[in-house]
Design a protein around this ligand. Structure first.
Ligand SMILES: Nc1ncnc2c1ncn2[C@@H]1O[C@H](COP(=O)(O)OP(=O)(O)O)[C@@H](O)[C@H]1O
Ligand SMILES: [Mg+2]
Length: 226
């Protein structure tokens, strides 16, 4: 469970990016987060993966108190999360297989379990034929699916995607959204920041709208109305 209680985030330059945000996201939910550019969406996600500390209020994720968490606990905490960015952030000189495997190696997963698990994950995202390709040999949509596979590598309970279709063409964007939904149906909590009004209206999921750092709307089956 993710729980924001009266969360404010003020950047050192004085910008109040989150202004008294309170909200609960239960395990297994699918949530779209929408709002104008500069509304505070990325900041909200950054506080979740603890790239940014909140300035006041409380934030807990699956029993981790992100105000009190010690720096040495953060890597362990982050294993709960699978993170996907707009710009993919793949290693250009590693193959598809190695991009996904790397995420497992860094946490010390044994080679035999990597060899078993990477193909399974690549099949989930439909890239079972692309093991040995390099990112530059793939389309934007395929690269984003590799990023999604990498996010899934360590079996996180929460997937966080910040405008995952921002650099992907419209048809591929639908694939990515469907895939995120499929991942939710497999039991994960999925948070997606997006500008894609069409998808938000079509998928009829919970929609949280942020404006000037405040939550101005939060409803299931909601429409994109930022
Ligand atoms: N590192 C930072 N330092 C100062 N201000 C920031 C920083 N990151 C974001 N902001 C500001 O915080 C506000 C919210 O930004 P952001 O969360 O990136 O919005 P969104 O993702 O909705 O476009 C904006 O006014 C932005 O300029
Ligand atoms: Mg953003």
């Amino acid at each position: 469970m993710i729980e924001f209680k009266n969360v404010c985030k003020k950047y050192p330059n004085g910008t109040l990016a989150l202004d008294d945000v309170s909200l609960t996201i239960n395990d297994g939910e699918f949530v779209f987060i929408v709002g104008e550019s500069g509304a505070g969406k990325s900041t909200m996600l950054k506080t979740l993966f603890r790239e940014e500390k909140i300035s006041s209020g409380s934030l807990t994720v699956d029993g981790y108190d992100l105000v009190k968490i010690k720096n040495r606990q953060i890597p362990h905490y982050r294993r709960k999360l699978g993170i996907v960015f707009q710009d993919f952030r793949l290693f250009p000189d590693k193959t598809v297989f190695e991009n996904v495997a790397f995420a497992m190696r860094v946490i010390g997963e044994p080679t035999r379990s990597i060899k078993r698990r990477v193909p399974t994950i690549l099949s989930i995202v439909g890239l079972q034929d692309k093991y040995n390709d390099f990112p530059r040999e793939l389309s934007g949509g395929e690269q984003q699916r590799v990023a999604l596979a990498r996010a899934l590598a360590n079996n996180p309970s929460i997937i966080i995607a910040d405008e995952p279709t921002g650099n992907v063409d419209p048809k591929m964007s639908l694939d990515i959204m469907n895939l995120l939904l499929k991942i939710q149906k497999r039991g994960k909590t999925v948070l997606v920041v997006t500008h894609e009004k069409n998808f938000v209206d079509y998928f009829q999921q919970r929609v949280i709208t942020i404006k000037n750092g405040k939550i101005v709307d939060d409803k299931v089956g909601g429409m994109f109305d930022a």
